[in-house]
Design a protein around this ligand. Sequence first.
Ligand code: AMP
Ligand code: TRP
Length: 325
Amino acid sequence: MSGKRVFSGMQPTGKAHLGNLIGAFNNWVSMQDSYETIYCVVDLHAMSTPFEKTDLSEGRLRLAKMIIAAGVDPKRSLLYYQSEVPQHAELYWILGTLTGVGQLQRMTQFKEKSDRAGQGFGILAYPVLQAADILIHKVHAVPVGDDQAQHLELTRDLATRFNSRFGEVFPVPERITPEIGARVMSLQDPDSKMSKSDPNARATLFLDDSDDEIRKKIRSAVTDTGTEVAYDWENKAGISNLLEIFAYFSGRSIDDLAAEYGTGGYGNFKSAVAESVASGVKPIREAYEGMSDAEVVEVMRASAATAREMADRTMDDVRAAVGLS
Ligand code: AMP
Ligand code: TRP
């Protein structure tokens, strides 16, 4: 244990999929061995684009359950709903007073999503709330993908700005880039990322898919017209994506797998990938299905109470620093 504290969050929109497992949960789980880990279902962030009430309330519970099913252990990590720790929103306001509107308007996510979000104040303010999520726990590091680099930069700016204006309160957090499985691609279009909002139902492998659904989706994954199983993103993106997924679940190296399946034909290769994924996802699905809602609600409530106490200690420092005490 390095004594270092990390924080990461995920929005409860849509259903968790293979990209979330390999790109996020897997790292969240392994970091439990070497860091003090804090993970958050960022339900307030999920309100920054139009949403349905029932989707939000079901989605946050479903995501919490899936995070636990994937191996985040609530006894070792703090896992809670953002909305149950109001200090996130309080710090967000204070950080907002230090944030330039221009800087927020230049964010890629704002440019991409503000049209869909109607008037868009939520999507404009989104990165400030994310900065508050991170700074409220004075964390040292944040494991997130490349797509979050800009938000992390803003967080670092705000920490630095706050400290130089009001005195040293926040560590300036680093971004940790996950080592493996940076990008899982769509099974139907290996040039785009696997995503929960893909309109093509066969493109995304959800973590609660049945064995049969998994087999079907992998067998119908788009590949090129060749015959050789080789790791070559330029010419064989579909096969390369399956090789990465296979390597993740089998624990074997890509070279090793390519050597074994190289000339055996795509059908044979896909069947082997499908079996490996099906048996890897099965314990997660079973853990997910075996957990009662009540159990998860209780775990989340207990963690939020701890998180509120921790967050309040930071807010005491913040209030004192800015003159609110
Ligand atoms: P999202 O599902 O877009 O809310 O993403 C939540 C997190 O899951 C991201 O920050 C990534 O770390 C991870 N993630 C989502 N999609 C993928 C993907 N296709 N490949 C790898 N990681 C992903
Ligand atoms: N914006 C992140 C995403 O879309 C989710 C998020 C919210 C987050 N707050 C965070 C991630 C704090 C890391 C730390 O993936």
